[in-house]
Design a binder for this molecule. Sequence first.
Ligand code: HEM
Length: 437
Amino acid sequence: MSADTQVARQLPPGPDSPFDINTTEEAFLKIPELLAQYGNLVRVPSPQRESDSYLVNDPEYIRHILVKNHANYNKGPGFSRVKMLLGNGIIVSDGAFWRRQRRMIQPAFNRRVIAVLSQQIAQCNRELFEQWSAKADNNETIDLTEAAAELSLLVILRVLFSEDLDRLFDEQGGNPFAFLTQDLTRDMKVVLRFRSLTKIMQALIDWRREVQPKRFDFLAMFMEARDKETGEAMTDKELMDELMTLIIAGHETSAITLNWSWYFIANHPDVEQRALAEVESIYSTGTPDFDDLTNMNYIRQLVSEALRHYPPVWLFSRTAIGDDKLGDYDVPAGTDIFISPYYIHRHPDYWPDADRFDPERFTSEAEKTRPATAYIPFSAGPRRCIGDFFAMVEMQIHFSMMLPAFHMEYLDETPLELEPFINLRTKHGLRYRISNR
Ligand code: HEM
């Protein structure tokens, strides 16, 4: 870039010294300092890359990047680590390939499909219900963080592979994916172990092609999906990357959401009572059907508020393809953009008394009073989470089954510690005493 263009450009304020905005504890602590000092748009020189990083904490600018001018932004540097794990799956891919994959995968997430798959989700919860019943009879202590991780993993595996999951468990002598909930480091060792699971999945795909069993699950839909323009199916490599992507994207985020939702329920008796009353009002009229479940508004509100406090994806990134503008400021091509759901969810202009847990923030009237992009646990625009509705259904099924039966007494007295890595988790498992209602 010549000196002339540099002078002509209007760049946002920010520090002179480089800082690596990333999914680390250091960045988690530094970001609020930068926002307090420089405002809602901060330019931060990067220690590794030539182009600057912009930290964006303004709903209008966020809307510009994710929605209005999304075509000018690719997935950013934060995704290179995820790429090792997920190959070129839909979370990390860009451009025409991403569009094609999204078109092929999207139908699996429509309401009618999820209505059928909700039976599988309920079945996973029934298994957990049995385990919790036995523990509640003895008022045992449970590690809910662990239980939520196991449940969410089982749910995504069930909707992917349905009854073939049992065959897979039998052949492998247990759940070959279980280490994902036990080893949370996501280091190279885990990456290699995870990628080695492709063999198991390939064997399942080969078996399905040969035997052609009738199945209604995500795998069947992805195997049958055809590109509208070319009529081509996904290659096995593409299929594998997408399966891996859904397993990772679909379980840890949901597990964290369950973990936090229980935490707030257990620590707010008034919220617990209202949620319980809502579930009972629906159950008392008979067995809830799918529409009843998805109409559980208070549960949706409390889960939304938990996601506001602790969005599992607390930081994500984009890279500008061409030059752009945010307000009066220039965004040169190559600029890396960092958006933090965690910090925009605490912005005092949109979230008064942000530390207070208040599901009333998510009534439909309250939602109309603020810009939609002040709340982005699932991101926004065309790259918005494909599983947002699925995740909410998962939460609604879980709480509608568990709340009427069990009371959780929160046991940990030490202050909560956060672990802000790729996902925002609690550093330690949260423990509760479980009892029957
Ligand atoms: C509460 C739970 C969840 C949260 C908070 C969450 C959050 C997110 C966020 C923030 C993104 C977008 C990141 C970006 O814009 O760069 C995303 C994308 C994605 N999520 Fe989720 N997610 C959740 C559950 C799920 C579930 C259950 C699935 C699948 C079953 C899923 C699959 C995906 C996929 C495939 C993408 C990539 C979409 C694309 O780029 O086209 N997520 N998620």
